[in-house]
Write a protein that binds this ligand. Structure first.
Ligand SMILES: Cc1cc2nc3c(=O)[nH]c(=O)nc-3n(C[C@H](O)[C@H](O)[C@H](O)COP(=O)(O)O)c2cc1C
Length: 339
């Protein structure tokens, strides 16, 4: 199977909204929610994609000709590449009938573990979403990061207790999720959390805690103050608030504020090893990739995921080689044009 065949297969079974585009950039799905698009006019997803593509890299091949190493270590685990599958929840709502969350996560979590990375798993209004994620993580030695929505404190505590049984690599929370159209006005309610509440939540995690949905240096400092081990610079792929800047635009300020003090991950239309290189050069430690992993699972199952991870690795290694970086530690802003 080729990656192109994976995309073609996905087009036959990925539901009415996603078109499994060759370039997954938010233009065709624009404001389809339910579906893979973005909120409001749908500008957030498109801007995320455009800003990575606008950045150029500095080619410099006058350097030692030695092997390129793409491996990445986080919280004592070592991965093939600095990229993880982002959490995507409520599969039936967004991608039709082929998979529910349990079946989707079973394939994704195992496939990512076998490919040498790991998967974040999603959460939804149906309690079965997190139950399914916890089962998939348990079956795969905890190789993943359950990502819980910012429900009321009692529900968060219950969901943490549930996912802890799978002894996950880390636990995350998408703190921006209350902006999702289908999460508004629900019981239990989801919403913002104060630094004091987050300190309590961090203490319940009992393992590295990652806060996803940070878009300002001040937000990153608050996450640090609350005791988070890491953040994901993310605007939820444009799904929680329209007219946000792109993640590539806010990343440098956030790195300047908290870089070296906590792990910084970033997502939002990162599609290739080249995009990954740019994110690392701006100062991220690693990236999350969301929608393309859905397409690969629908179009190619485990093999699709394996193919996509190999493709990302080859693209990253090629870019590193051509820009004079032999390990991830060598990558810095001087390798980007105009920075
Ligand atoms: C259909 C769909 C469902 C999502 N569900 C979740 C979720 O349950 N939890 C979460 O933290 N993020 C969720 N996200 C956001 C992704 O994790 C990610 O932040 C976003 O899609 C940006 O990355 P991408 O452009 O690579 O997809 C979802 C995104 C999509 C498209």
């Amino acid at each position: 199977m080729t990656y192109q065949q994976v995309l073609e297969n996905a087009r036959t079974c990925i539901g009415p909204y996603c078109k499994a585009c060759n370039d997954c950039n938010g233009k065709v799905c624009r404001n389809t929610m339910p579906g893979p698009g973005a909120k409001g006019e749908g500008t957030g997803f498109i801007r995320n994609a455009e800003k990575w593509r606008e950045i150029c890299v500095n080619m410099d091949t006058i350097c030692e000709n030695s092997q390129v190493d793409t491996s990445f270590t986080l919280f004592d685990w070592t991965f093939e590449i600095p990229a993880f599958a982002a959490p995507v929840g409520a599969m039936r709502l967004h991608y039709g009938d082929k998979y529910d969350d349990l079946t989707y996560n079973n394939i994704l979590v195992r496939a990512c573990a076998n490919a040498g990375i790991l998967a974040f798993t999603g959460d939804g209004t149906d309690p079965k979403v997190v139950e399914g994620a916890a089962e998939a993580l348990k079956a795969n030695g905890g190789c993943g990061v359950p990502t819980i929505k910012p429900w009321d404190m009692d529900t968060i505590r219950e969901k943490f207790a549930l996912v802890q049984e799978s002894e996950p690599f880390a636990i995350a929370m998408d703190i921006d999720a209350a902006g999702l159209p289908f999460l508004q006005g629900l019981t239990p309610p989801a919403g913002s959390k104060s630094v004091e509440e987050l300190k309590q939540i961090v203490s319940w995690a009992q393992r590295p805690f990652i806060l996803k949905g940070i878009m300002t240096a001040r937000g990153a400092e608050k996450a640090l103050e609350a005791g988070a081990s890491g953040i994901v610079v993310s605007n939820h792929g444009g799904r929680v608030l329209d007219h946000c800047p792109a993640t590539a635009e806010v990343l440098p300020d956030i790195v300047d504020a908290v870089g070296g003090k906590m792990t910084i991950l970033v997502d939002g239309a990162i599609r290739s090893g080249m995009d990954m290189f740019k994110a690392l050069a701006l100062g991220a430690d690693a990236v999350l990739i969301g929608r393309p992993f859905v397409t690969t699972v629908y179009g190619g199952g485990e093999e699709g995921v394996q193919l996509y991870v190999q493709k990302l690795k080859a693209e990253l290694a090629d870019t590193m080689r051509m820009c004079g970086a032999h390990s991830l530690a060598d990558i810095d802003r001087s390798m980007l044009y105009g920075f």
